[in-house]
Design a protein around this ligand. Structure first.
Ligand SMILES: [Zn+2]
Length: 154
């Protein structure tokens, strides 16, 4: 069976197995740290294994790559031809299902939840306006918006 992914997509699949400290995650961490926020990394399974935990503020942040986590409607999400999905493509569905469960776990534990998508942080152009705006919004929500239980940026 032919590989339904382009070589570029294939590369991304391979790369995405690298683990936790991705460039994307580091960009979010750096931005929040610069805004005076302090957090712990890699929260427990009871909180849905979030990337960042703000324990006192009862906030967790999930940082998702658009490709690997299948950002809905995003051009960076993986496109797998319908009806001829190879076995490994099931991984994408598993990821999406797991993300949903993790968010529910965090909410059930009484935490507020932010989902930050890659495309709100990373960009090809040199201008970092969008990233800074994303981080400003996120920092403001973490500190001052206890009324909003869940936000998604991207
Ligand atoms: Zn996206």
């Amino acid at each position: 069976m032919a590989d339904p992914l382009t070589p570029e997509q294939r590369k991304k699949v391979m790369r995405s197995n690298k683990g936790k400290n991705t460039k994307l995650e580091l960009a979010v961490r750096k931005g929040l740290y610069a805004r005076g926020l302090r957090y712990r990394l890699h929260g427990s399974g009871a909180l849905g294994s979030p990337d960042l935990v703000f324990k006192k503020r009862r906030v967790v942040v999930f940082i998702h790559g658009c490709f690997w986590h299948q950002h809905p409607g995003c051009p960076k999400a993986a496109k797998v031809a319908q009806g001829r999905e190879p076995k490994w493509a099931v991984k994408f569905k598993d990821n999406v299902a797991r993300d949903k469960k993790n968010i529910e776990a965090a909410l059930a534990a009484g935490f507020r939840v932010a989902v930050v998508w890659e495309c709100a942080i990373e960009q090809k152009r040199k201008s970092s306006d969008k990233r800074e705006a994303t981080l400003d919004f996120l920092a403001e929500w973490i500190t001052n918006r206890a009324d909003r239980k869940i936000i998604e940026i991207g």
